[in-house]
Design a protein around this ligand. Structure first.
Ligand code: FES
Length: 119
C-alpha cells in the first residue's frame, strides 16, 4: 500500500491506491485545511510535494487555475483534494502555511499559542 508522510511532523499513513491527499490527511489527523470541502475552489488544501511526485495523478487545468489563487505557490505545489496517489511507494508532503492557517481558523483550539501574532 502507498504511504504518505508529512514533514516536518513525521506523521505517516498507509492509503489505498486512488486516495487523494486531503483524505489521507484526514486519516492521519494532520493540520491541513480544506475550506471548500474538496471541491477545488479554495486552495486551502495547498501542500508541497517533496518526494513521490511521480506517484500522484497529473494536475488538471481546474487544479492549476485554483492553485494560481494560492499563496507561496512553488514548482512542487499541489492541491491536496485533487492529487491522488496512483502508485506504490512513498509520497512526502509539507502542509503550506495557508493550509495550516485555514485549519487553525476552523480549529482554533488546536492552534499553538501566539500563532496569529506570527503571521
Ligand atoms: S479543499 Fe478547497 S481546493 Fe482543496
Amino acid at each position: 500500500m502507498p504511504k504518505v508522510r508529512w514533514v516536518p511532523e513525521g506523521i505517516e499513513v498507509d492509503v489505498p491506491v486512488g486516495t487523494d491527499l486531503r483524505t489521507a490527511s484526514k486519516l492521519a489527523h494532520t493540520q491541513q485545511g480544506d475550506a471548500c470541502g474538496g471541491k477545488c475552489a479554495c486552495s486551502t488544501c495547498h501542500v508541497y510535494v517533496h518526494e513521490g511526485k511521480e506517484l500522484l495523478s497529473e494536475a488538471d487545468e481546474d487544479e492549476e487555475d485554483t492553485l494560481d489563487k494560492g499563496f507561496d505557490v512553488r514548482i512542487n505545489s499541489r492541491l491536496g483534494c485533487q492529487a491522488r496517489v496512483e502508485g506504490e511507494g512513498l509520497v512526502e508532503i509539507e502542509i503550506s502555511r495557508e493550509s495550516r492557517e485555514s485549519y487553525f481558523n476552523e480549529h482554533p483550539d488546536e492552534a499553538p499559542p501566539g500563532w496569529r501574532e506570527k503571521r
